[in-house]
Design a protein around this ligand. Structure first.
Ligand SMILES: Nc1ncnc2c1ncn2[C@@H]1O[C@H](COP(=O)(O)OP(=O)(O)OP(=O)(O)O)[C@@H](O)[C@H]1O
Ligand SMILES: [Mg+2]
Length: 143
C-alpha cells in the first residue's frame, strides 16, 4: 500500500516506555495537523495498546514491543502495536467490555476504548506467538 511517511519504534516491555510510545506517536501524528481532540484520542488508544503489551504479553519476563505508524492517503494515520508474547486464546472474548484477566487492578476496557476512539480497529493474536493491534484514525483537514 502507498504511504507518505512512516516510523517504527521498538522497546522493551517496561512500564516507563508507555509514556514514551504515546508521546512519540503523537509527535509523529502532528505533521497531519490534528485537532487537540484527535490527538487526545490517538494518545489514549496507543496508551491502551502499549499498556496491554507491557502488562499482559510478557507476564514473567521482558519482551519486545514494536509500534509502527504510517501516514496513508486522505489524512489517515495507521498504527500497529505488536508483541511476541503469550497471545490471547479468544480474541472475541478479550474485546468484550469489562472482560479482563487482570483482576481488580484492571477494568477490561482497553480494547473497547481503542475501538471507539479509532476509525478502524483489528485485533489478531496467536497463543504463544503474540498479539497485533491494528488501528486507523482518519483526521479532519483543518482550514
Ligand atoms: N498484548 C496482549 N497479550 C496478551 N493478552 C492480552 C494482550 N492485550 C490484552 N490481553 C488480554 O485481553 C484482556 C482485555 O484487554 P483490555 O485492554 O480490554 O482490558 P485490561 O487490559 O484487562 O484492562 P484495562 O485495559 O481496562 O486496564 C486482558 O485482560 C488480557 O487478558
Ligand atoms: Mg488493557
Amino acid at each position: 500500500m502507498k504511504f507518505d511517511n512512516y516510523m517504527v519504534l521498538q522497546f522493551p516491555s517496561k512500564s516507563c516506555n508507555e509514556a514514551f510510545a504515546r508521546s512519540a506517536v503523537a509527535c509523529f501524528a502532528a505533521q497531519l495537523d490534528p485537532t487537540m481532540e484527535e490527538l487526545g484520542d490517538i494518545r489514549t488508544a496507543v496508551s491502551e495498546a502499549v499498556t496491554n503489551a507491557i502488562v499482559h504479553a510478557y507476564p514473567d519476563e521482558l519482551g519486545t514491543v514494536t509500534v509502527r505508524c504510517r501516514i496513508l492517503k486522505d489524512n489517515v494515520l495507521d498504527i500497529v502495536v505488536k508483541d511476541k508474547g503469550i497471545g490471547i486464546s479468544d480474541v472475541e472474548q478479550a474485546k468484550r467490555p469489562m472482560f479482563t484477566t487482570g483482576g481488580a487492578d484492571r477494568s477490561g476496557m482497553g480494547f473497547t476504548i481503542m475501538e471507539s476512539f479509532m476509525t478502524a480497529f483489528e485485533l489478531s493474536s496467536e497463543l504463544g506467538k503474540g498479539t497485533t493491534v491494528h488501528m486507523r484514525r482518519k483526521l479532519s483537514r483543518r482550514q
